[in-house]
Structure formats: structure tokens, C-alpha cells
Design a protein around this ligand. Structure first.
Ligand code: MN3
Length: 196
């Protein structure tokens, strides 16, 4: 059993000025890495089958094994949910589904922002596919869509460690910048294509 920290899909300074290099060094190098170190420790202690994938561990565990495995998976997913020069609007089938299920892209943005800003304490805002329909959801701590048979398209980390180094207490500003400058609609579209 030895999980390793997946590398960032871009340079640690690539999201500046929207998320600083210091912010990503801390978030990826310290927080994300700590979940990897802890999963290896707890999986060893709990004698988790070393042949299991991260997804299999997430779906079959609870307590510290679940928490650390899910945090590894979600953080890797979060890094891919952003890209340098991200933002803008999706195109093609995903754009059509957003209009179909939210009314408009502006309505989707309103719902996603509200979910991210209103999540009390630590957690995540999500765009998911649930039974063929797009939905905005939020989860607490390490809870995640796969537990509810939903397919995740994008996520925004709203744990304080995700934005404090750049935005201090201003979570709404961070969420606005996430949607305007960072969100990776190519990643969302690829996940959407696999969900259908
Ligand atoms: Mn985080």
C-alpha cells in the first residue's frame, strides 16, 4: 500500500494572480500531501487490501481511511477543475445541458456561487450529473458525489485553506474568481461526455 501525491497538472505558479504560488505550494504540497501520508498510515493500520484502487477504498471504507482517500481523490479532481486562463463559458453539449437544466449559464453561475458561499464550514461546491440531469450540489468535509451515484463535472474547494493565503476571509471573491478566471470547462466537458 503506497499511494503517492499526484503532480499538479500545471506549474505551481500557473494560476497567479488568481491563486498565488504560495497558496498552491501550501494547498498541494502540504494539505494534499498530508492526506496521502495519512492514507498510507491508516490503510496500513486497518490492513486495507493493497490491490484496491482509490475509488474502491472510498466506496468501501469509513472513518480516517475514507476521509483521507476521499480528500486525495477530490483534491486531484479540484486541480483539474482549474486551468491557467480558465473561465469563460462551456460550449457544445455541456452548454446545451446547462441551458436545459438551469435555464441559462447565468442561472447556473448564481446557483454554483450560492452553493459554494453558503457551505457552512469546510466542504465543496459541485456541478454533477445526477440521473441524466445537471445539478449543483455541496458536500461537507470529505463527502463526495460518487457516494450518491452522481458523476462530478467540476468542484470548487471551499475549505479555508483553499483561499485564505490569497483572499483571506473573502470566500465570495474567491468563488467569483474561480468561475471567471480559473474553471476548466474542457475538463467538465470531458467528464460530461463520459457520464452519458
Ligand atoms: Mn483543500
Amino acid at each position: 500500500m503506497a499511494f503517492t501525491l499526484p503532480p499538479l497538472p500545471y506549474d505551481v505558479a500557473a494560476l497567479e494572480p488568481h491563486l498565488t504560488k504560495e497558496n498552491l505550494e501550501l494547498h498541494h504540497g502540504k494539505h494534499h500531501n498530508a492526506y496521502v501520508v495519512n492514507l498510507n498510515k491508516f490503510a496500513d493500520e486497518k490492513k486495507v487490501d493493497g490491490a484496491k484502487s482509490l475509488e474502491e477504498i472510498i466506496m468501501s471504507s469509513d472513518g480516517p481511511v475514507f476521509n483521507n482517500a476521499a480528500q486525495i481523490w477530490i483534491h486531484t479532481f479540484y486541480w483539474h477543475s482549474m486551468k491557467p486562463k480558465g473561465g469563460g463559458e462551456p460550449t457544445g453539449a455541456l452548454a446545451e445541458a446547462i441551458t436545459r437544466d438551469f435555464g441559462s449559464f447565468a442561472k447556473f453561475k448564481e446557483e454554483f456561487t450560492a452553493a459554494c458561499v453558503s457551505q457552512f464550514g469546510s466542504g465543496w461546491g459541485w456541478l454533477v450529473v445526477d440521473g441524466g440531469k445537471l445539478k449543483v450540489t455541496k458536500t461537507s468535509n470529505a463527502d463526495l458525489p460518487m457516494k450518491y451515484k452522481q458523476t462530478a463535472l467540476i468542484t470548487c474547494d471551499v475549505w479555508e485553506h483553499a483561499y485564505y493565503p490569497t483572499y483571506k476571509n473573502l470566500r465570495p471573491k474567491y468563488v467569483e474568481v474561480f468561475l471567471t478566471n480559473l474553471v476548466n470547462w474542457d475538463f467538465a466537458a470531458a467528464n460530461f461526455a463520459k457520464a452519458k
